[in-house]
Design a protein around this ligand. Structure first.
Ligand code: SF4
Ligand code: MG
Length: 302
């Protein structure tokens, strides 16, 4: 099964995003993903073009809103494999609030953050992950705002799988994306993906001086095997996430003991939800809606 779309990507030569696309295509082939049940959702940005280059169902939505769109799809039909791809600006500036909601629910979906610390599509303005004081070439003065730490926010919000990779290492990026897809719960992979056109500071050389792999440490085990371990595992993950001027690549935290939103919903409200989710229910009969909207609304309001 070839998932590659014939259309060539509209990215600058050398852009880090090519590596993420390549990794994603490899993972889809390896997992033999069903293109009719796999959905790639994006917002706006250079990275958000990615769904156009993969043969699956896709939705290129509006700026910052890929996550609520994706969660709506997943909850309407939990049988779908739903993934969000987006940049640091789209997912953590304009769309930042949706990360918080996603983590609290722990919906079983995957977010791939294609992080280059700038707004490439609109010519290189400072993104939310650009460190304070840096001045990539599109800025007339050094960045006066501090950067945020996306993985710390994701962990604090309740994401149950947190990983990091670097896009020029396609093999490792594929490994992280694969683990994220297979994880049960909300997963995020931050992939450092250099913008070769506008971020002339955080370049290949800049990252390669700073990244290292957690896999090289045989004692590193990010998995919560028992709820009592959760506090310690989170503490160790936070320590790695906050490490100054060094970037640990690999799985930082993983906990499959937390129930997903889909599991909570079926346990608390509707035991038939997973078997007969809204997307599989009939909405009309003989041209008339089968839904009693008056009853639906009063049930919700009471
Ligand atoms: Fe990639 Fe930057 Fe070019 Fe956008 S502007 S395609 S992020 S190199
Ligand atoms: Mg960006």
């Amino acid at each position: 099964q070839d998932y590659k779309w014939t259309k060539p990507p509209e990215w600058c030569p050398g852009c880090g995003h090519f590596g993420i696309l390549q990794a994603l295509l490899q993972v889809f082939a390896e997992l033999d993903m069903d293109p009719s049940r796999t959905v790639l959702v994006s917002g706006i940005g250079c990275s958000s073009r990615l769904p156009h280059y993969v043969r699956t169902i896709s939705a290129h939505t509006i700026h910052g809103r890929a996550i609520p769109f994706a969660i709506g799809l997943k909850l309407a039909n939990p049988n779908l494999e739903v993934m969000v791809v987006g940049g640091d600006g789209d997912l953590f500036a304009i769309g930042g609030n949706h990360i918080l909601g996603a983590g609290r629910r722990n919906v079983d979906f995957t977010v791939i953050l294609m992080d280059n610390a700038v707004y490439g599509l609109t010519r290189g303005q400072a993104g939310p992950t650009l460190p304070l004081g840096l001045q990539p070439k599109a800025l007339s003065k050094p960045n006066p705002q501090a950067d945020l730490n996306p993985l710390l926010i994701a962990l604090a919000s309740g994401f149950t799988f947190i990983a990091r990779s670097y896009s020029y290492d396609i093999k490792y990026t594929a490994k992280m994306i694969k683990e994220a897809i297979l994880h049960k719960g909300s997963a995020i992979v931050q992939v450092f993906s250099p913008c070769v056109t506008y971020n002339n500071i955080m370049t290949r050389e800049w990252y390669e001086k700073r990244v290292y792999k957690l896999d090289d440490d045989p004692t590193w085990d990010p998995v919560v095997h028992d709820e009592r371990e959760d506090y310690e595992k989170k503490k160790r993950a936070i320590e790695k996430i906050l490490e100054p001027d060094r970037f640990a690549l690999g799985v930082l935290y993983k906990n499959e003991l937390v129930p997903t939103f889909e599991e909570r919903y079926s346990a608390m409200y509707d035991p038939n939800y997973l078997r007969l989710p809204p997307a599989l229910q009939p909405v009309e009969k003989d041209g008339r809606s089968v839904v009693d909207f008056y009853k639906l609304m009063s049930d919700r309001l009471l």
